[in-house]
Design a protein around this ligand. Structure first.
Ligand code: EPU
Length: 311
């Protein structure tokens, strides 16, 4: 009875939002999020929306503003930990085709925020555009990569970025050169409340076979050094002193467990879901790691993964 009532309470804003958007937009109430994250834990979103286009995205943001609802941009969920109680507000996902276009023009490649990074890397290769190979192994979307300044293999997103189109919270669309945006290691704070729409990446002409080989080398390195189980990638930012993985490994925490969550025995900066983990398990393990690192090394580990929602 209580569950039914609470579902109805959440269905109301979802219904009102749907009425504001075109029929091609997807709007759902009480949408499970665990399956939309790579860690595969966490509760539902009160409202979940896949806008059909930029006009519907702007209308969705306006709805949230009017109602005082929190919103969260969900990419491919590879850097996200949703708490078990779920997200009170509106989760927006640019999963529709209009946000996923990828086009090469000379030595630049334009990609919608919803496009997969793997698609970007493969399209760049197909057009003989080098320098974007590192994106291949990052299990995220273009929008997520902008938000996180995602990186791998000693390269990072803003390094190969020329310009970005994005939507401000008031629905206005802007375009800025990458150099004008405040990016840093594993983050670009602008995208906490602005929505990336499209990125233009810069490559350099290269031989397709050489690009393929670089991608294969990166792929092999990743399989050798990172675990295959569900995870959110690296859990902590690397502190200045040394990489978090080495630090946690040195403290003997590989294999440490809470419920179904475990510090990977392949890479100590990965917490893997061994099956049946809850967000609570993962959070308890994060706390245990941070306490050990603080007490034994005096270092304050900061999560790289974004933690959202209610307990
Ligand atoms: N190491 C250990 N034990 C471990 C793990 C690592 O001793 O269990 C050592 C390694 O031997 C190496 C050093 O720590 O000497 C660094 O490890 P690695 O080369 O794996 O790189 P990382 O700093 O842990 C970073 C990014 C990764 C990215 C890799 C590869 C961060 C927090 N992580 O990892 O990004 O894939 O480089 O380029 O910056 C992510 O952001 O989610 C992520 C996985």
């Amino acid at each position: 009875m209580i569950a039914a009532l609470s579902h109805r309470a959440k269905a109301a804003p979802a219904g009102e939002l749907a009425a504001r958007l075109s029929a091609a937009s997807v709007v759902r109430a009480d949408e499970p999020l665990a399956g939309r994250t790579t860690l595969r834990v966490g509760g539902p979103a009160d409202v979940y929306v896949e806008p059909a286009d930029e006009a519907d995205l702007a209308a969705g943001l306006a709805f949230c503003r009017e109602r005082g609802l929190r919103w969260l941009l969900l990419g491919r969920g590879s850097n996200l930990l949703v708490r078990d109680g779920g997200f009170r507000g509106v989760v927006i996902c640019l999963a529709q085709a209009s946000f996923a276009r990828v086009a090469v023009n000379g030595t630049t490649l334009a990609a919608g925020a919803g496009a997969r990074l793997k698609t970007v890397a493969v399209e760049a290769r197909r057009h003989g555009l080098g320098g974007l190979e590192f994106l291949e192994g990052i299990p995220g979307s273009v929008g997520g990569a902008l938000r996180m300044n995602a990186g791998a293999m000693n390269a990072w997103t803003f390094e190969v970025l020329e310009r970005v189109r994005f939507m401000a919270p008031d629905g206005a669309v802007h375009e800025r050169p990458a150099a004008a945006l405040p990016a840093r290691y594993r983050g670009c704070p602008l995208f906490t409340d602005h929505v990336a729409l499209e990125a233009v990446f810069r490559g350099r002409p290269a031989d397709e076979a050489a690009i393929r080989q670089t991608m294969e080398t990166f792929n092999r390195k990743r399989w050798e050094s990172q675990p295959p189980q569900p995870s959110a990638g690296c859990m902590f930012k690397n502190p200045a002193a040394m990489p978090a993985g080495r630090l946690i490994d040195q403290l003997g925490l590989k294999g440490a467990r809470v419920g179904g969550a475990m510090v990977s025995d392949v890479h100590a900066n990965f917490i893997v879901n061994e099956g049946g983990a809850t967000a609570g398990d993962v959070l308890a393990l994060i706390t245990r790691i941070r306490e050990r690192v603080r007490s034994e090394r005096g270092i304050e580990l900061e999560t790289e993964v974004e933690i959202v929602g209610e307990d």
